[in-house]
Design a binder for this molecule. Structure first.
Ligand code: HEC
Ligand code: HEC
Ligand code: HEC
Ligand code: HEC
Ligand code: HEC
Ligand code: HEC
Ligand code: HEC
Ligand code: HEC
Ligand code: HEC
Ligand code: HEC
Ligand code: HEC
Ligand code: HEC
Length: 280
């Protein structure tokens, strides 16, 4: 009894020294914030450890107005203090903010989309405007912990064994994965995983094309095919080009340019075409 009385005296001293919200006695119960810990150790410890603004901006009694038995249900609604943003119109605040005494500990299942949109709008736009199988997934199917960015390789195999998780973003964006686009320095190996033929032809060819990056010619967007003239303009007299409109007739395809001594090229045709070039 003696100890309890002294404790209570010390407590009320602490209360009066503490000042601010934490010092206020509840008018209805006579309880002070510092009393709560005596019977409610866990909420107090949670707030102390991770209360965030619920520790610094409000006190127990700001939220819990009254106490049983006088007040039967002293649990506040979040909307008592949070009401002015779209996010605060969501249902079931505690489905994500599982513990109001640790408000920044947030967790949710893998089937959440709508609530994310109260703060993030760009991603859903991309997903809707570029329909893919990702558009049918929930946001939290991939982002199962708030703020976590998953790696593509968690769910998909790379196209080749020398491709790493970091390479995916060279060509894909998560919220529009079927729009394949890339920069001007992408290494040939990233294309070669799916185009072995093109790669090996180009490597074996001894022309100056073989030193070029795939993306020097196939620029920016997958399946873009350049025209020879885009880079070479009109390399021969107009008459010749009118007669032989296809560069490939003489030069063969870009990956496998003829060098004119090659046995594979029918010697006669080459000769005739060479002669035609000379004439002009
Ligand atoms: C002397 C012990 C004691 C003190 C001090 C005390 N409480 Fe309680 N509290 C209880 C008990 C016992 C209950 C359960 C009452 C019931 O269910 O009828 C309770 C219930 C509650 C509830 C309702 C819980 C529920 O599940 O509905 C809240 C909220 C609460 N207390 C908050 C506080 C706050 C805030 C303080 C400090 C201002 C405080 N209590 C101080 C003993 C105490
Ligand atoms: C920002 C408002 C807020 C503050 C501040 C707050 N609480 Fe709570 N508290 C709640 C809400 C909301 C619930 C109901 C949680 C639920 O339903 O899961 C709750 C539940 C409780 C409960 C009953 C359930 C449990 O966890 O035991 C107690 C007891 C309690 N609080 C005590 C406290 C004490 C003590 C403090 C101060 C140290 C405090 N609360 C500070 C909002 C608050
Ligand atoms: C008595 C008023 C009050 C109640 C009730 C209340 N809050 Fe708060 N809460 C605040 C204040 C004040 C802040 C700090 C300013 C702000 O962010 O609006 C805050 C901040 C927060 C934060 C940010 C925490 C941080 O450290 O940045 C979250 C999350 C939060 N509240 C969630 C909730 C949820 C969920 C509920 C209901 C379970 C709730 N609040 C109930 C007053 C309250
Ligand atoms: C689907 C999960 C989810 C639900 C449901 C949810 N929140 Fe949040 N809340 C979050 C996330 C995620 C954040 C962002 C935390 C951050 O900034 O890192 C957040 C942040 C907050 C913040 C602080 C930042 C801000 O924008 O004000 C408050 C306050 C808050 N929520 C209150 C609420 C209230 C009130 C409700 C119910 C009306 C609610 N939340 C429902 C997930 C949720
Ligand atoms: C209350 C507002 C709020 C809600 C609700 C919210 N977020 Fe956030 N989110 C934020 C803030 C604030 C940040 C940190 C600031 C930033 O990096 O943009 C963030 C960061 C992120 C990041 C990391 C961004 C980066 O650049 O690293 C991802 C991913 C994310 N949120 C996904 C989600 C998903 C998925 C949901 C729904 C389950 C969600 N958020 C719900 C406010 C929110
Ligand atoms: C298929 C998995 C997946 C889905 C579904 C998904 N994301 Fe992402 N998200 C990612 C990945 C991976 C990144 C990293 C950036 C990238 O690779 O394009 C990311 C990045 C983000 C970022 C960081 C900023 C940015 O845009 O790069 C936010 C915020 C975000 N996502 C929110 C969302 C929201 C909100 C949804 C639902 C509307 C969603 N995500 C759906 C995988 C996904
Ligand atoms: C959490 C798992 C997950 C993550 C992370 C993820 N995906 Fe997916 N992705 C899927 C699922 C599920 C499908 C649909 C598979 C199916 O139906 O065959 C899919 C489908 C795809 C498709 C085919 C789309 C279509 O419409 O045909 C592409 C491309 C794709 N993902 C690329 C990526 C890339 C790139 C990343 C990283 C930025 C990534 N994914 C991250 C789960 C994921
Ligand atoms: C050089 C560009 C490039 C890179 C780098 C790349 N992809 Fe792709 N990816 C593509 C192209 C192009 C397609 C479409 C093929 C088609 O039309 O069938 C594709 C298709 C996909 C698909 C759809 C299913 C399939 O296999 O056809 C998935 C899943 C995928 N990529 C995942 C990944 C992952 C994971 C990474 C990183 C490890 C990655 N991609 C890196 C270009 C790339
Ligand atoms: C995931 C496998 C994959 C990757 C990686 C990939 N492609 Fe493709 N690519 C394909 C498929 C599948 C086709 C369609 C083949 C068909 O229609 O016969 C294609 C077609 C093409 C075409 C032909 C378009 C047409 O109209 O005939 C070009 C050019 C092309 N890819 C270039 C590239 C380049 C350059 C890269 C590297 C930046 C690349 N691809 C990376 C799978 C891929
Ligand atoms: C994106 C630009 C680009 C495209 C498209 C392109 N080339 Fe070239 N080509 C080059 C470059 C760069 C060189 C090397 C020039 C140099 O080093 O003098 C070259 C060299 C050549 C050469 C000389 C080869 C040698 O080894 O001396 C021929 C012939 C040629 N190109 C024909 C073609 C034909 C035919 C096409 C279409 C099937 C074509 N090019 C498409 C950029 C291109
Ligand atoms: C009738 C055959 C023929 C046609 C059609 C033709 N070329 Fe040529 N081209 C030649 C010959 C022959 C040479 C000279 C080879 C040599 O001197 O080694 C040549 C040389 C070139 C060179 C190399 C010039 C240099 O300075 O090294 C380029 C580049 C070139 N052609 C591009 C083109 C392009 C682009 C087209 C289509 C617009 C085209 N050619 C159409 C036969 C042809
Ligand atoms: C000098 C420019 C140039 C370079 C470098 C180049 N391509 Fe091509 N590619 C073309 C042109 C032009 C065509 C259309 C066929 C033709 O006329 O030669 C083509 C056709 C293709 C095609 C469709 C036809 C086929 O062969 O399957 C694919 C796929 C392709 N390229 C992939 C690649 C890849 C992968 C690389 C790098 C390893 C590459 N290309 C390097 C210019 C180039």
């Amino acid at each position: 009894m003696k100890i309890a009385a002294r404790l209570s005296a010390v407590l009320s001293l602490v209360v009066s020294l503490a000042g601010g919200a934490w010092a206020a006695d509840s008018p209805t119960t006579g309880l002070a914030n510092l009393d709560c810990v005596k019977c409610h150790a866990k909420p107090t410890a949670d707030i102390a450890a991770a209360g965030g603004a619920h520790k610094t901006s409000v006190s127990c009694l700001d939220c819990h107005i009254g106490h049983p038995p006088a007040v039967k249900n002293p649990i506040p609604k979040c909307s008592m203090c949070h009401s002015d943003k779209p996010h605060y119109k969501l249902a079931a605040c505690l489905s994500c903010h599982k513990n109001p005494h640790r408000p920044k500990d947030i967790s949710f299942g893998r089937n959440v989309t709508e609530p994310c949109l109260s703060c993030h709008s760009g991603q859903i736009k991309q997903l809707k405007e570029n329909r893919s199988k990702h558009s049918a997934l929930n946001c939290s199917f991939c982002h199962d912990v708030h703020g976590k960015i998953p790696q593509c390789t968690q769910c998909h195999k790379p196209h080749s064994s020398d491709m790493t998780a970091a390479d995916c973003k060279n060509c894909h964006k998560a919220h529009m994965p079927t729009v394949v686009a890339y920069g001007s320095t992408l290494p040939n190996k990233d294309c070669a995983g799916c185009h072995k033929n093109a790669m090996s032809l180009l490597l074996a060819n001894k022309s100056k094309h073989s030193t070029l990056l795939c993306v020097k010619c196939h620029q920016n967007k997958h399946k873009m095919v350049p025209k020879c003239q885009d880079c070479h303009g009109a390399p021969h007299p107009a008459g010749l080009l009118a007669k032989f409109p296809k560069c490939q007739e003489c030069h063969n395809i870009a990956h496998d340019l003829n060098n004119w001594t090659k046995a594979a090229a029918p010697a006669k045709a080459v000769k005739a075409k060479k002669a035609a070039v000379k004439k002009h």
